[in-house]
Ligand binder design. Sequence first.
Ligand code: 5MM
Length: 346
Amino acid sequence: MNNYTQELRDTAKAMVVEGKGILAMDESNGTCNNRFDKLGIPATEDNRRAYRELILTTPNLSNYISGAILYDETIRQSTQDGKSFVEVMQNAGMIPGIKVDTGAKDLARRPNEKVTEGLDGLRDRIIEYYQMGARFAKWRAVITISDRIPSDGCLEANAHGLARYAALCQENGLVPIVEPEVLVDGDHSLNRCYEVTEKTLHEVFRQLYVQNVAYDRMILKPSMVISGANCPIQASVEQVAKATMECLLNTVPSNVPGIAFLSGGQSNIKASAHLNAMNQIYGVQAPWRVTFSYARAIQQPALEHWRGNASNVAEAQKLLLHRAKCNSAASLGNYNADLEKQPALV
Ligand code: 5MM
C-alpha cells in the first residue's frame, strides 16, 4: 500500500456515493467556445469564468453532485468576489476533479482514428493539481465505429494511454476516471456498438492490469451501448439498458467502485431514462454503483437559458439543479415522467 491507498479508496467511494453523480464541466476552451458561439455568447475568458461560477454556486447542487471535473483554466479561476472555485466546491461538499488529457489527435497511418495525448509531463501536472485541491482526474479516449474500424492498433494505443495515465494518478493521490468513449456517430446497429464496446473495455482492463492499476481505486466512465445516431432502427430504452449492463457485466471487474456514464450527445431525457432503466432492471445485482458523469445532459438547458446574461443566472441555476436532481433519481432507479415535470427548488 502506498501513502494514498486508503485516501484513493475513500475518494472513489465518495464520488459514486448513493444518489449522487459527477458533473462534467471540463470542456476545453475550444469546446466551450463552440457551445457559446452557437448561442451567440461572446467566447471570452470572463464569460467562461462567469458560466462556471453560475454552475458551481448553484444552491443545493451538492445534494445530487458528488464532484465536478474542471478544466485547467477553470481550476485556476475564482468567483467575481474572489473565492477560488476549488474553495467554493470544498465549502459546498463537492470534490474537485481535473481533466488532464490534452485531447484526441489523429492516429498516424490510421485514417479516421484518434489517439488521446497528454502523457508528457503528466506526473508533475498531477502533483500540482493535487496541491491545488483536486482529488480525482479524467482522461478521455475516443473510439469511432465504422465497418472497418476501430483497428486493434487504435484500441491498443488508446487503452495503453488510459492505463499509463491511471497509474500516474494513483501514484500521486488522484482517483483516475478512465473514459473510453465509443462515439454514437454513424449508422451502426446496437449489436455493432455492443461488439465494439465489449472489445474496447476488454482491452482497457487488460492494459490497466499490465500497468498495475488498482481496480478498487478508479472510476470507469463509459458510453452506453446504443444505436448509431443515423441508424434507421433505434433501440428502445429497455434494449439499451440491457445491452449496456450485459456488456459491462462481461468486462468490468467487480471491485471497481463505480461506473459513471457520459451522455455522449443523447437528449437530456434519454440520458436520464437509460440510466434509470439500468438501475431499475439490475438494481442491487450490479457489483458497482451505476451513476452519471454527464456534461451536456446536465448543463444544456442552463446554458441555453443563461446566454451570457447576468439577469438569467438564477433561472439557469434552477434548470441545472433540475437535471442534476432527475439524474440523481435515475441513479437510484426512481426517475419518472412526474419528476421530470417538477421544477427543482433552488
Ligand atoms: C464525452 O464528453 C464528456 C462527457 O460529456 P457528455 O456527457 O456531454 O458526453 C466530457 O467530460 C468531455 O470530456 C468534455 O466535455 C469534452 O472535452 P474536450 O476535451 O473535448 O473539450
